[in-house]
Design a protein around this ligand. Sequence first.
Ligand code: AMP
Length: 160
Amino acid sequence: MIERSLVLLKPDAVQRGFMGEIIMRFERAGLKIVGTKMVWVDKDFAKKHYAEHVEKAFYKGLEKVITHGPVLALAIEGVEAIATVRKMVGGTEPKSAAPGTIRGDYAHVSYGYADKQGIGIKNLIHASANTEDAKKEISLWFKAEEMHSYKTVHDIHILE
Ligand code: AMP
């Protein structure tokens, strides 16, 4: 039941100075950062990460958002971490993301506004949707030797 999820702090989160704030939320939940790196991805890499969306109408805006600056990639480990992280991240559209979630607290823009402006939706963060995606995404973003196994206080105070 211990899972790993791929989380990306997108360029809007990095440029707005929310890296520490967002990482703090995951750490306070007792989740463990087991890999991290800053990467400025190009269009080819973006297409690999968002392969399922490349043909969609919103892809052009999404590509612009994700290649706009460096991304902080995190591999996050914990009990059913994929669902827990998604819960903390909130819904895709910031306007409808619940308060208390990362997107609900730090963004507010709607699909309607973004579509009207012809821009991608800036929703701060990506999180793997399921175990299959998590596995694929972690191996796309991290080499095996960039992933770490170590003990934290949470292993004693939360997991035992
Ligand atoms: P997902 O694979 O569901 O995480 O979606 C990837 C990203 O595509 C989201 O984080 C949004 O940035 C963007 N996205 C997804 N659905 C839409 C949509 N209906 N309109 C605009 N952008 C979207």
